[in-house]
Design a protein around this ligand. Structure first.
Ligand code: TPP
Ligand code: MG
Length: 277
């Protein structure tokens, strides 16, 4: 990517972070930490990596995106708005019964959600099913799913991973948002999912680690690598920071989901407004 392109994506990432704060402040609820940790991954996927048509969001040939960690949907909604697929006004009805943007992506409310998610790990199986179906139909579309580290503690994840590996689903990429935290704290202390790389390789996946999951160039390299793998599904392990971008939220488990007071809302916005690009 050239430097202007990177700068443009960084600007978008900053806007997404502001939207997350604005949405969760207005709703007085929502999940900030896990939304902030996949901002760069999301911006890159939707603006650079996935084969999409801005003017035709439901184009049949599109790549599919499954937000398996559905609670982190504020990021996804902001991305849809930046693509022009929903109105900015929709964002301000986040988590309200009269809006389309529920607390977890709901296909009943909008077909932009490729599938409803929220119950952790269910998205992994849906993504595998989608990839299998697309391949059976001879379609070139790829499937990307964003998964969380706590989802590795769910049995369903491994059922999905085993099938994808056995079917050599090379049109499937999982991105692991490896922020090391779940609601109660450190995932490694609560129920350690490591060694993650070795487990996936044993299930016949190709694996790549991105040491800084907020570095757009490193992530882009990994996505390009994934597209080139011809005989296996791919896992990109992106090391991220939960709450990234807002100092008092970074690496703080309580900011998994917390009410933003007016004072903290202002503090968060001030920080974002003075973030250098
Ligand atoms: C099956 C299931 N169990 C419990 C929950 C409640 N829950 C929501 S988020 C979460 C864990 C958050 O940690 P992680 O999945 O790692 O997400 P991230 O750190 O990326 O926010 C839990 C237990 C759920 N949504 N689904
Ligand atoms: Mg986590």
């Amino acid at each position: 990517m050239n430097p202007e392109e990177v700068l443009d994506l960084k600007r978008k990432a900053l806007q997404v972070r502001k939207d997350i704060v604005e949405m969760t402040y207005r709703a007085q609820s929502g999940h900030q930490g896990g939304a902030l940790s996949w901002v760069e991954i999301g911006v890159l996927l939707f603006f650079k990596v996935m084969n999409l048509r801005r003017e035709e969001p439901l184009w049949e040939g599109r790549d599919r995106f499954v937000l398996s960690k559905g609670h982190a949907c504020a990021t996804l909604y902001s991305l849809w708005s930046l693509l022009g697929w929903i109105e900015r006004e929709d964002l301000w009805r986040f988590r309200r019964a009269d809006g389309i943007l529920q607390g977890h992506p709901s296909r009943r409310k909008t077909p932009l959600a490729e599938t409803s998610t929220g119950s952790l790990s269910q998205g992994t199986s849906v993504a595998v099913g989608m990839a299998l179906g697309l391949r059976m139909d001879g379609r070139p579309s790829r499937v990307y799913a964003l998964i969380s580290d706590a989802e590795l503690q769910e049995g369903q994840t491994w059922e999905a991973v085993m099938l994808a590996g056995n079917r050599s689903l090379s049109n499937l990429t999982f991105v692991l948002d490896y922020n090391g935290l779940q609601i109660e704290g450190d995932v490694h202390r609560i129920n350690d999912p490591t060694p993650i790389e070795r487990k996936f390789r044993d299930f016949k996946w190709a694996v790549k680690v991105v040491e800084d999951g907020h570095d757009l160039n490193l992530l882009y390299e990994a996505f390009n690598w994934a597209k080139g793998v011809e005989d296996a599904p791919q896992l990109i392990i992106a090391r991220t920071v939960k709450g990234k971008g807002i100092s008092f939220m970074e690496n703080r488990p309580e900011w998994h989901s917390k009410v933003l007071t007016e004072e903290l809302y202002r503090k968060a916005m001030e920080e974002l407004n003075s973030t250098p690009l």
